[in-house]
Design a protein around this ligand. Structure first.
Ligand SMILES: O=C[C@H](O)[C@H](O)[C@H](O)COP(=O)(O)O
Length: 225
């Protein structure tokens, strides 16, 4: 069992009968879907799930998990997802996979948000390893870029995989990949991005994680917020 599988198994063990469980997106979240499905099959665990992306919904359906559409839900008991970066204060960077609108909605709506990751995701500050994805209204992308540049950001419009068109997210947004100077901390970045008109959502997840499970060489470190 690799480290991502290990934290996914640990997260699946936190699920209780009758819970409404949010399914994240990415390789670690995929292991969680598999682990949850095994518990459903082997222990008769009764759960309802909601997916953060089309790809997670497909995976959940393939594994026989009962799925609801987000529009049918007012709250979740538990949301489990991976992250691209995790700071010592448990702020996360997410959204590499262009589903961050739904990911943040589910993380916010859940009673508990459990983050599953291996040690490679630990950083000292947000933006250390990755650019910060900022979903923007298509018509506003230049206005948002200008606003972020005035705040010392360097923003680049994301292109699709074949680089022949603009990348469009699941919610019809464009994405600006933004680098900020390292003296801007995650609280300042969160406030800036929350308060820039034209920004639909961004990849800084601050104050949302309840529990972070970090695996390192077969051991799981449990960090409470
Ligand atoms: O949009 C992508 C999500 O934020 C993922 O949770 C994140 O990229 C981590 O992915 P993985 O579990 O594959 O490392």
């Amino acid at each position: 069992m690799n480290d991502k599988q290990l934290v996914a198994e640990h997260a699946a063990s936190l699920v209780e009968d009758s819970m409404i469980v949010g399914l994240g997106t990415g390789s670690t979240a995929n292991y969680f879907i598999e682990a949850l499905s095994r518990r459903q099959r082997d222990e008769g665990l009764r759960i309802t799930t909601v997916a953060s992306s089309t790809i997670s919904a497909i995976k959940a359906a393939e594994h026989g998990l009962p799925l609801l559409d987000i529009s049918q839900l007012g709250h979740l008991d538990l949301y489990v997802d991976g992250a691209d970066e995790i700071t010592p204060g448990l702020t996360l960077l997410k959204g590499r996979g262009q589903d961050l609108v739904m990911e943040k909605l589910l993380a916010r709506a859940a009673e508990r948000f459990v983050v599953v990751a291996d040690k490679s995701k630990q950083v000292s500050r947000i933006g250390e390893k990755f650019v910060i994805p900022v979903e923007v209204m298509p018509a506003a992308w230049k206005i948002v870029r200008h606003a972020l540049e005035k705040a010392n950001g360097e923003a680049e419009l994301r292109l699709n995989a074949s680089k022949d068109n603009v990348a469009v997210t699941a919610h019809g947004s464009y994405v600006l990949d933004v680098r900020f100077p390292d003296w801007l901390d995650d609280a300042e970045l969160d406030i800036l991005l929350n308060n820039t008109p034209g920004v639909v959502e961004h990849g800084v997840f601050r104050g949302l994680a309840s529990l972070v499970l970090i695996a390192d060489q077969g051991q799981v470190d449990v960090v409470h917020a």
